[in-house]
Ligand binder design. Structure first.
Ligand code: ADP
Ligand code: MG
Length: 400
């Protein structure tokens, strides 16, 4: 689960990390009122969306030469003017995809006098099964280019969970950032604070980009991007409250109500599969035959007819879906339940695209019978390879 920058900063502040003063705002009036509580004379108006690259982003509704989603304002009036330009408009950044995201919240922050911009992130490294730190002196808005062109400028190390974070980890961070004296001391302290926050809140990723040194000689977290481990949310009611549903894919929210493992993707073939492994294999084979999957969907083992129907409706509600492939290997999941769910969903919402169904395993004959007797326009397939070829061909034919 992701949260907004200002929410992330509030969490880091609880752990003592150095954060600038700032206030969230939902309207231009609130933005002006927020600025009045800050020291000034420079304010930063920051779009709050669940995506990075805001500074270099562009608003769809504004001219090309308009400023991006993070703007420096030199007066309270300018804060108001920027807020009016940004709110309710659509910000497109390198991370939002071409459709962009509507800006509904702003964060009005005290402007920092920046001397240097560093990069610091933490994540759970699956290879070492440890929390890793990634740091670089080359922070700011071009970190992706640094990773690509000069990877040697990025330093990473992991923390042994048995010992937890140690003073030497702090020294490694300070050294990697080329800091000495009081700034090195601040970096060591920040390392301990961020690790404590990361572990206590079950984060999956924490990215501070930029981590800045101010002209006044202070280290400060100027941006904060946090992703939490969804499997641990049950023990963080405070974090769950921060969820902003307007930032999430509607289809994924609907799927989570039915406990379906669904991830929206950008392709044209909707997939309904049981088992994550089979779902991955199905996506692979669709690609092999030259098309792309519109989603990952594992309906799980004990799915009911209603759950299957809900899954089918979610798939058909996606306007990008030009064909649907149902691929079920009935083990615990029975083929007749899948067939009933599909038939009932089609009766309710109709079927405007080709549908290929491949059923195998428990109660397969009954499942096939239910589909045959439904008189729905379904193409049946015998195995995965056959099914994938049939749906890809059907979608091509529709497009032609
Ligand atoms: P994003 O990563 O989405 O572009 P950031 O929060 O990193 O958004 O802001 C982009 C840039 O704006 C930063 O790299 C920094 O140079 C500048 N910036 C952000 N917040 C402040 C601030 N409080 N004071 C001064 N400059 C800031
Ligand atoms: Mg940033």
């Amino acid at each position: 689960m992701n949260i907004h920058e200002y929410q992330g900063k509030a969490i880091l502040k609880e752990f003592g990390a150095p954060i600038s003063a700032g206030v969230p705002a939902f309207t231009a009036e609130e933005a002006v009122a927020a600025a009045k509580t800050l020291p000034g004379p420079v304010y930063v108006v920051k779009s709050q969306i669940h995506a990075g690259g805001r500074g270099k982003g562009k608003f769809k509704e504004l001219p090309d030469n308009a400023k991006g989603g993070v703007r420096i304002a030199k007066s309270i009036e300018e804060v108001g003017a920027f807020a009016r330009e940004m709110l309710q408009n659509t910000l497109v950044t390198a991370q939002t995809g071409p459709f962009g995201k509507q800006v509904n919240r702003l964060y009005i922050e005290d402007g920092s006098d920046i001397d240097k911009e560093f990069y610091l992130s933490m994540l759970v490294d699956r290879v070492t099964s440890r929390v890793s730190f990634v740091v670089s002196t080359e922070g700011g808005m071009d970190i992706e280019a640094v990773a690509h062109d000069t990877p040697e400028k990025i330093i990473s190390f992991s923390v042994d969970p048995a010992t937890g974070v140690m003073p030497h980890h702090g020294r490694t961070v300070a050294k990697a950032l080329g800091l000495t004296g009081d700034l090195a001391k601040q970096a060591k302290q920040l390392t301990l604070q961020l690790y404590a926050a990361f572990v206590a809140k079950d984060m999956a990723m924490l990215e501070i980009n930029p981590l800045v040194v101010t002209k006044g000689g202070e280290l400060r977290c100027l941006d904060a991007k946090i992703n939490f481990d969804s499997n641990a949310l049950y023990r963080h009611a405070d974090v769950v409250k921060l969820r902003d549903l307007t930032e999430e894919d509607e289809k994924e929210i609907e799927a989570s109500k039915y406990d379906l493992n669904y991830i929206a993707l950008e392709g044209e073939i909707g997939c309904m599969v049981n088992g994550a492994g089979l779902a991955m294999a199905t996506m692979d084979i669709i690609k092999l035959y030259g098309a792309t999957p519109a989603n990952f969907l594992d309906v799980g083992g004990g799915a009911t007819k209603d759950k299957v129907a809900a899954a089918f409706k979610i798939i058909t509600s996606d306007p990008n879906v030009k064909g649907i492939l149902v691929n079920i290997f009935g083990g615990i999941m029975r083929c007749d339940v899948i067939a009933e769910g599909v038939v009932s969903a089609v009766r309710e919402v109709g079927l405007k695209v080709p549908l290929v169904v491949r059923l195998e395993g428990t109660n397969v004959e009954l499942g096939k019978k239910i589909i045959a007797e439904s008189k729905l326009n379904v193409v049946s397939a015998d195995d995965l390879d056959d099914a994938a070829q049939k749906i890809v061909r059907a979608v091509r034919k529709e497009a032609a």
